[in-house]
Design a protein around this ligand. Sequence first.
Ligand code: NCD
Length: 313
Amino acid sequence: MNDKRLRHLLGIEELDRDTAERILELAGTFHEVVRRPVRKVPTLRGKTIINLFFEASTRTRSSFELAGKRLSADVMNVGGSSSSTSKGETLRDTIRTLDAMHADVVVIRHSVSGAPHYISSRTRASIINAGDGMHEHPTQALLDAFTMLRHKRRIEGLTVAICGDIAHSRVARSNALLLGMLGAHVRLAGPRTLLPHRADAWGADVFDRLEPALADADVVMMLRIQQERLGACLLPSLREYSQQFGLNKRRLALARSDALVMHPGPLNRGVEIAEDVADGEQSVILEQVESGVAVRMAVLYLCANEPERPIEG
Ligand code: NCD
């Protein structure tokens, strides 16, 4: 397989449609690999991947770690509070240090929007954005699209309602950009204080009530309120929020009967999503986690692989 290397994955904004489709296609191959009895290929043997996470993460970090290991790379985790930034080192010096260790790929999560872009011009390694502040989370959007494709066989023409705290969500932005690029109709729904000022610029329809956004939707994606990014109090109370914007069975019935229920996690059960909906028949929340490993294998493969090395090795 002769793939062009992907220099960095900073955001969906920088990604073209061909590359996005290639990642999704490759993820299909890796999805098969992770379902085999021996879930490992030698493709990235001898390559070094460093996970540099300055913000909390369960799924994304373990998913990148597992993806790197499934490809036989050496994977190292560097955490925020255990790294030298807590001793006053700048991000630039941290990245120069990792560069001196000949990292091939650095996966970074940071609370500052644009942090991955900043380091990408200061390192030899490929940079993958695993979430930067309120900006982008490109691999989450790719794994969401992959999950939709597995169920619906297409993205073109799907109606996807993304609901909740849109303004502070990097998942919402990356999904709106990617799904829009792939031809879906994207709806964004949330209380006015949690909608971005220029949401229409994301190419989506915007709703300040949940019900009209859910009508006949093929996919309903619920988002957590980003308490850590709210700053001022933008919500009267969580109880009121949940009453008006929580996804329960009655509201889900407004969407198509075969609509998928998605959530990037972590879930706040009883707030944005009712217990029985999160665990219900239409929920593909755990499949999203499974897709994450395959999609991240595809992204790591395109960032770290020598073009002539095939997947089977
Ligand atoms: C998301 C994130 O960190 O942006 N989680 C994730 O990566 N699975 C969403 C969130 O934290 O709400």
